[in-house]
Ligand binder design. Structure first.
Ligand SMILES: Nc1ncnc2c1ncn2[C@@H]1O[C@H](COP(=O)(O)OP(=O)(O)O)[C@@H](O)[C@H]1O
Ligand SMILES: [Mg+2]
Length: 360
């Protein structure tokens, strides 16, 4: 007999602890089933157990029916192990078991993906969800058209796209954190001038690359703007699934950032969403505001208006003068570069200037 075969008092305590944990877990599952009004499949139960945020919300009684149904949709769209095996067999990608956590993400689970010595981001669309397949196709199509003959370093580039089982998958370069994550970490008003300068330049350059090929992003907001890790700072605009052809009606957007513009795809629309994002970044709320309302508020701050606010004000004041890429460059980009040079110096200004799209 080995010493580890003996059940000590400590072992008994530990076993009792695990029994309690399992009982608490199944109680939470029952609570979740009651909220959703249906029994979960074993795979959904497993998914719920692995969903820390949902389990915590249940434990703290902080979940209502609407939220439970949202989480159920999210759990249902996670990759099952059979799909992960199929992806490995046919494409050679190793998908992490659990999706990554991020602020502002509900429906499209993103995974760490490995192949060879590389690590990527895998965006897995559940094609049984309405619009998911179209969204994946659109993201791939826009990326191909923008990156085909121009260098556009601040717009996400799809590296691979394929279908497996009920999932459509995009492989993307792995980026670190979104501006929404930054906002979640920072108290209002503590973000310094470098962040709005880089966000403005990165998004303007991405917008130029898109517009050169006839696209409007349509959903520019903190959760769709990524920051790169490390010392070589870079902004990348992501989420091309809702891109719309210029002059067509915009179907998918985040109302919070669109101010009161008509829902027509244009550079004006993307510029207004960028200006709203800059305001939110420096702690100025824009919900339910109009373009004129935000201009008046920013103007009223006078000398107290921070650098990010000054960039937003310039953009909003010149919305009507921008209808094509040349005007975007002459009316907004050159002015932003000049202001960055004055505020942050030549080194930052030349880093950002290199982001403007150039022919390959
Ligand atoms: N390439 C990437 N690397 C790391 N995280 C990413 C990447 N692209 C997006 N994300 C994160 O995943 C979230 C959802 O991605 P997104 O493309 O916006 O999909 P959705 O259509 O679900 O909004 C983003 O808000 C961001 O936090
Ligand atoms: Mg998004």
């Amino acid at each position: 007999m080995h010493e580890w075969d003996i059940e000590t008092e400590d072992d008994n305590e530990m076993i009792a602890h695990f029994v309690k944990l399992i009982a608490a877990g199944s109680l939470l599952v029952t609570k979740f089933e009651n909220l959703c009004g249906k029994k979960l499949t074993p795979a959904q139960k497993k998914g719920l157990h692995g969903h820390d945020i949902a389990m915590r919300a249940l434990a703290y009684e902080a979940m209502d029916k609407e939220m439970a149904l949202l989480y159920l949709g999210e759990i249902g769209s996670h990759l099952q192990s059979s799909t992960r095996k199929a992806i490995l067999a046919c494409k050679g990608y190793i998908f992490n078991r659990r999706p990554m956590a991020s602020t502002g993400q509900l429906y499209t689970p993103m995974y760490y993906v490995f192949r060879g010595a590389g690590v990527y981001c895998g965006k897995a669309f559940d094609v049984s969800r309405a619009g998911a397949s179209a969204s994946m196709k659109r993201e791939n199509e826009v990326s191909e058209s923008v990156h085909s003959d121009q260098a556009c370093p601040t717009l996400i580039k799809v590296l691979d796209a394929f279908h497996v089982g009920q999932h459509a998958v995009l492989i993307l370069p792995l980026l670190a954190k979104s501006v929404a994550d930054l906002l979640a970490a920072a108290s209002p008003g503590v973000v310094d001038d470098e962040a709005p300068a880089y966000v403005a330049a990165g998004v303007l350059a991405a917008m130029a690359g898109l517009a050169a090929k006839g696209w409007c992003h349509g959903d520019i907001k903190p959760a769709n703007i990524m920051l790169e890790a490390g010392n070589e700072k870079r902004i990348v605009l992501v989420d091309l699934g809702a891109c719309t052809r210029l002059n067509e009606e915009i179907m998918e957007f985040t109302e919070h950032y669109a101010l009161d513009l008509p829902m027509i795809a244009s550079l004006r629309w993307d510029l207004a969403c960028l200006a709203s994002t800059l305001c939110v970044l420096i702690g100025i709320p824009v919900k339910d505001s109009s373009v004129q309302g935000v201009i008046s508020y920013l103007t009223s701050l006078g000398d107290d208006l921070s650098f990010g606010g000054q960039l937003a004000l310039h953009i909003l004041k010149h919305l009507d003068k921008v209808d094509n890429v040349e005007q975007l460059r002459a009316v907004v980009w050159d002015d932003v570069m000049e202001r960055v040079r004055g505020r942050l110096g030549e080194v930052h200004a030349s880093t950002l200037a290199a982001w403007w799209p150039s022919p390959l």
